[in-house]
Design a protein around this ligand. Sequence first.
Ligand code: PEP
Ligand code: MN
Length: 348
Amino acid sequence: MVIVMAPDATADNIDALVELVTSSGGEAYVTRGVSRTIIGLVGDVERFQDLGLSAKPGVGDVLRISAPYKLVSRENHDSRTVVSVRGVPIGGEHMTVIAGPCAVETPEQTLAAAHMAKAAGAALLRGGAYKPRTSPYAFQGLGEQGLKILSDVRAETGMPIVTEVVDAADVDLVASYADMLQIGTRNMQNFALLQAAGDAGKPVLLKRGMSATIEEWLMAAEYIAQRGNLDIVLCERGIRTFEKATRNTLDISAVPVAQNLTHLPVIVDPSHSGGKRDLVLPLSRAAIAIGADGIIVDVHPNPETALCDGPQALVEEDLGVLRDVAGTLATLSGRTLTPAPARELADV
Ligand code: PEP
Ligand code: MN
């Protein structure tokens, strides 16, 4: 059982609940998040039910959920969550495209990629300043300099930025620039990073681990939610299978499966799953048709010289096609393609 405290709950309210639960023989684990405090209860659920917890001062919600992931479960959660990334919605009626370069390389390349992203129908700009690379000799990203470039490009284009954080120690710095923190496939079970991202006060894009089950993915999301941050978007980005023809195998069925299990939005990365430019449009079609809440796509003005993942980046002539595909299929799936924001950005 989980108690979600109201945002205005006081320390006395929380202490009183802990006292009540422990004196009835249970254990209470308090997590103080930025906007909400969560109390996880361990013990006899029937006995907790007799305590009248939902009527106690400061209590927002009391959840009795059988799934191991309590806060992100769809059980007892009628409405689907819409995550707002600096005013840009993901989830619900919306179908949102995120696009940009795999890595931030230069100001010119990032700005050009942002214009490409807009032309492809994107409302949010992606781009990595910290790159988790398989080889220690590969380009690791520009670090804070890359974050500054992203923030300049945001000012120029009005597109909020989604960027990866690879280390818990960098979360505050990355969050001071980013509108959404991305946690990559290799870090899906980096629990300290998940908790730090949950504390950062920014929405989180959580990619599925390449060898993770859907349940493990949702448990990873629970680590973020448990810190009081429910602004989480899940991203299916392909899993490891025996197949070598694609970089990863896009588990398209993960989209409806996850949407049945959680109220969080679920998007698809057709670039890192297919790993090849000519697969990105077909996989995008599949993702939107199956009801994904969005897609995140690599674009690059000059893929031959890209420092990371050039072969999977869309180029100029693909952009109009992607925009048409996204708009048309979103409408057919009963969604509306989220427009790019005006240049004036919503306050954070
Ligand atoms: C990325 O989006 O740049 C990335 C590294 O993705 P993934 O974690 O899915 O490999
Ligand atoms: Mn990449």
